[in-house]
Design a protein around this ligand. Structure first.
Ligand SMILES: Nc1ncnc2c1ncn2[C@@H]1O[C@H](COP(=O)(O)OP(=O)(O)O)[C@@H](O)[C@H]1O
Ligand SMILES: [Mg+2]
Length: 230
């Protein structure tokens, strides 16, 4: 632990004060992610790092992620959120499993996994959450019993309390999740595409989003009005 920045060290409650019981798993845009052998069992701690504005932004993101986990409570296949510490660090249930990165599933194992993954993504959506980062294979884990698990809701979009734009965004990100599922399922596979799966793939969505963003940008910069005045 000697090589960790001071502000990234898990505090006593999550590490149980046991030196050496903490392992840094990675460092991303939300801060540092640790595997901690706490007295009550293994947990994951996502801790904000850095200083000033960067740190505050990370804390805001972690608070958002915490609220998202509250909304997902009870969805099987999503780790339980065990709480949030004073510095906004998120404490999560540790999921024993390998990420999809570098994993090649075949045959019926593959079919079953992707069918379960689709059902899981749909239950997350039914809870009013769209993940938004499922193209990243690290965010999808396969447990030793073969069942899928989704992690990293740092960029998720929730429907609860969302206005018109929020609802639109939710629908877009929900579509992105399904597109990501389709791409992951068929990526690098010679297997024929199951016609039933085509309903989950809508590549024109990107163009629609670009159009709306362009319109929003024009409104923001008042380009239309300026042109009319000329
Ligand atoms: N609940 C969890 N159980 C097991 N491993 C996890 C868990 N949460 C995160 N990890 C591991 O930590 C890595 C980084 O966590 P993640 O939440 O994806 O943060 P980042 O924003 O840095 O991508 C993941 O790719 C995974 O290997
Ligand atoms: Mg991640």
């Amino acid at each position: 632990m000697a090589d960790l920045p001071q502000d990234a060290r898990p505090s006593a409650p999550s590490s149980g004060g046991r030196e050496g019981a903490t392992r840094l798993l990675g460092s991303g845009y939300q801060g540092a992610v640790f595997l901690v052998d706490a007295p009550g069992g293994r947990v994951i701690v996502k801790r904000p790092t850095g200083r000033g504005l960067a740190r505050r932004l990370r804390q805001v993101m972690l608070r958002r992620e915490y609220r998202t986990y509250q909304q997902l409570q009870g969805v099987a296949g999503v780790p339980r959120c065990l709480g949030q510490e004073a510095d906004d660090a998120l404490v999560l249930e540790f999921v024993d499993g390998d990420s999809l990165r570098g994993k090649r599933l075949r045959g019926s194992e593959r079919q079953v996994f992707f069918a379960e993954l689709l059902a899981l993504i749909q239950s997350v959506h039914a809870a009013g959450v769209a993940h938004g980062d499922l193209k990243r294979k690290d965010n999808i884990l396969r447990r030793p019993d073969g069942h899928p698990c989704l992690i990293d809701f740092g960029t998720a979009v929730t429907l609860r309390g969302a206005g018109a734009f929020g609802s639109f965004l939710f629908r877009v990100v929900r579509r992105m999740d399904l597109n990501a599922w389709f791409k992951l399922k068929y990526q690098g596979q010679d297997a024929d595409i199951d016609p039933d799966d085509l309903q989950y793939f809508d590549p024109t969505m990107t163009e629609r989003v670009a159009r709306v963003l362009r319109r929003g940008w024009r409104t923001l910069t008042l380009r239309g009005r300026r042109r009319a005045r000329r």
